[in-house]
Design a protein around this ligand. Structure first.
Ligand code: WTA
Length: 665
């Protein structure tokens, strides 16, 4: 039944009533309605309109998706069948052919959008570049020719290890144009992590830059690629963008400068059409084993999900200037910097560097200077802004903003309200978007203009999405009860498999509840049907919005010669959401020291990347284990958080371990 929206509105009476109730009930009662002014201009302006479209999307999904796919995508060959579902494998829009880059570029040429800015780029040092749709098309066509001349053919894997610069977008679209599968590796990953990814997908080409700017310093990207390539035999060539002017070692016959490759390449390119299910990209993400998972997305369904959700979630208008602060190396950068926005013909603002360079008001400065209308960022960034102080915000107008968004982790009601008041000036709706690398597109969100917002709740399902909260057995739990979040029906932008490991794909996502997608998140639904995400229930941590598998950190530590055994857990952290704590037992005869702690932190940095460095290293004589030898992480979590160890310890093998751990520093 539809929630009674009148009852959701914050009235003095409602507030009085809620005072007597528990904190969580109070939280759920706090409701912010979009303004009438916003609603009037919204792409979806009422709850009734949302409900009507949502009901259609889940009651007659094939009809709904057929219409959306026909209306929103440019097809070279029409599809025959909307969905072939043979759990866990989905095929969407089979028989159809299209080109994803054509859908993001060519379709806007010859229209009023041709000379509209597709990208407005600001580098950390302050350099600005504007690239129109027509110019972006030229760039992409040129690179597509370069790829073809190098012998890159459809299906080949191309790795990108780049800063947030326009070339990253150009390279992604050029891959899509020739049917090559891109895998973007976040610029914070180490040489070891790059190597693992290159070898896993057997990349043929790497595109990188001499360096990128971060907090006034150069991140030496090419140097990391060189190290990785010592042990990545599939890579035949490297294209290098000159960004920072840092000296680099160019290897004759393997490496070439982007600019040199550029010269003479034609700027028109006839794009081939590819099957709807042609692979578009692989994006590695952390899981609960030491090896990252190569999430595979394909063409038509992914693009449709990204495009449709961008239109409704960000309420896109022709005049918008949209800024998403996520790096292109994460799924948010794929769906909501590149594919979803460019396919809608929007103007995307790209920023290369840190939010506090040179001062903590860099974002607010840029928003005013470029007239940004939509800001999509992460709770961890919002918490940092709060900590830096309101004064940095108050010195800027921010009057161009009309919509705000949040992604990556649950946003606390406090941070939500700060964001709403200080940045949105009470005028901008906030879209708290729940989704995952695997889902490809936003799944749970209060659509602006149609859904009242409850601070801290990702709210209601997007079109075609059927989320449910279930118990261990897969039975739906009553409203208000915590459980596991599943998605009961397939959706177009869902991952298709894990690269090279279909078995792991089936096991990870479709075995807890056979044939049904399990998200790995815990959540609950309130009486109005609003979803509240609690967080991961598996061994994946969310540190500053980055997914880090505890097993990955443990595997990295295990390669250090001093380490006998290691266990990684999260502890609550005010700024990062979660902080990483590792418990380490050393090999016999070795003694712990602060120097060794630093060395182990640096070691994880080298093995994975700086973002995965443990916040705390604790040495232990032994780790709490079950009699069968399984590490009891629940206990370590409590110790890491400084809490008393509670709950069932009957399976613990050696009680003295706990006392020893608690007495450690
Ligand atoms: C978490 C990022 C609460 C969640 C797009 C999920 C969130 C994981 C939210 C995916 C949100 C993401 N509220 N939690 N709005 N958005 N998460 O793959 O635990 O990097 O499973 O995708 O982030 O992280 P990923």
């Amino acid at each position: 039944m539809a929630p009674d929206l009148r009852a959701l509105q914050t009235t003095p009476k409602a507030l009085n009533v809620t005072k007597k109730k528990t904190a969580s009930v109070t939280r759920e009662k706090q409701v912010f309605k979009p303004s009438a002014e916003f609603q009037r201009q919204a792409n979806l302006g009422s709850y009734a309109a949302y409900k009507k479209l949502y009901n259609e999307s889940v009651n007659i999904p094939e009809k709904f998706w057929e219409r959306q796919a026909k209306e929103l995508l440019v097809w070279r060959k029409p599809f025959k069948k909307v969905l072939q579902w043979d759990a866990p494998h989905a095929k969407w829009f089979t028989g159809g052919k299209l080109n994803v880059s054509e859908n993001c570029l060519d379709r806007h040429l010859g229209t009023a959008r041709e000379n509209k800015a597709a990208l407005i780029f600001e580098g950390e040092p302050g350099d600005v570049r504007t690239i129109t749709y027509k110019q972006l098309h030229f760039h992409v066509c040129r690179l597509a020719h370069i790829f073809e001349n190098m012998g890159i053919v459809a299906g080949d894997r191309v790795a990108l290890y780049l800063p947030m610069i326009p070339e990253a977008v150009i390279a992604m679209l050029a891959c899509a144009r020739v049917g090559a599968v891109h895998t973007v590796i976040f610029g914070g990953f180490s040489a070891e992590a790059i190597k693992d990814r290159l070898n896993d997908c057997k990349a043929k080409l790497v595109i990188t830059a001499d360096g990128g700017w971060r907090r006034g310093k150069v991140i030496e990207l090419k140097t990391n690629v060189d190290k990785a390539l010592n042990d990545a035999p599939s890579v035949q060539s490297v294209i290098v963008v000159k960004r920072t002017g840092t000296p680099v070692n160019m290897i004759e016959g393997r490496d070439m400068w982007w600019k040199e490759a550029w010269e003479g390449a034609p700027n028109k390119h006839d794009a081939k059409a590819f099957d709807s299910e042609h692979p578009l990209f692989i994006l590695y993400t952390s899981g609960s084993t030491g090896k990252p998972k190569g999430v595979l997305h394909t063409s038509a369904g992914y693009l449709l999900g990204a495009k449709l959700s961008s239109h409704y979630v960000f309420d896109l208008k022709e005049t918008d200037r949209y800024f998403c602060s996520a790096d292109i190396g994460w799924i948010t950068g794929h769906s909501y910097v590149v594919y979803g926005l460019l396919s809608n013909g929007s103007t995307v603002f790209l920023y290369e560097g840190a939010p506090n360079q040179p001062e903590p008001d860099r974002f607010w400065h840029m928003i005013d200077r470029h007239g940004i209308t939509i800001l999509y960022t992460a709770p961890t960034a919002i918490r940092a802004f709060m900590r830096w102080g309101d004064n940095y915000v108050l010195r800027h107008r921010l009057d161009s903003l009309r919509l705000l968004g949040s992604v990556g982790e649950p946003i606390s009601p406090e941070a939500w309200k700060w964001f709403h008041k200080l940045i949105g000036k009470g005028r901008c709706p906030i879209v708290d978007t729940w989704w995952q690398t695997e889902t490809g597109a936003i799944m749970i969100v209060p659509l602006p203009g149609s859904a009242p917002m409850k601070p801290g709740s990702a709210s209601l399902p997007f079109f075609g999405v059927v989320p449910k909260i279930v118990d261990e057995k897969g039975k739906e739990v009553p409203r208000g009860t915590e459980g596991k979040l599943i998605i009961a029906k397939p959706w177009p932008s869902m991952l298709r498999t894990l690269w090279g490991d279909d078995e792991r794909f089936a096991k990870t996502y479709f075995s807890d509840y056979p044939g049904i997608y399990f998200t790995g998140d815990g959540a609950k639904q309130d009486k109005d049907g609003y979803f509240w995400i609690i967080g991961r229930v598996d061994d994946v941590l969310n540190i500053s919005g980055h997914r880090i598998g505890t097993a990955e950190v443990e595997a990295a530590l295990a390669t250090h010669p001093a380490v006998a055994e290691a266990a990684a857990v999260g502890r609550p952290d005010e700024l990062k959401g979660q902080a990483l704590v590792v418990f380490v037992t050393l090999k016999t005869g070795l003694t712990s020291s602060d120097k060794l702690k630093d060395e182990l932190r640096a070691h994880v940095g080298r093995e994975i990347g700086a973002h995965a460095k443990p916040d705390t290293v604790r040495f232990a004589a032994g780790l709490p284990k079950t009699r069968s030898g399984k590490i009891m992480r629940r206990i370590l979590k409590e110790i890491a958080a400084g809490r008393e160890v509670k709950g069932d310890t009957s399976t613990l093998d050696d009680f003295s371990v706990i006392a020893a751990l608690q007495s450690e520093d």
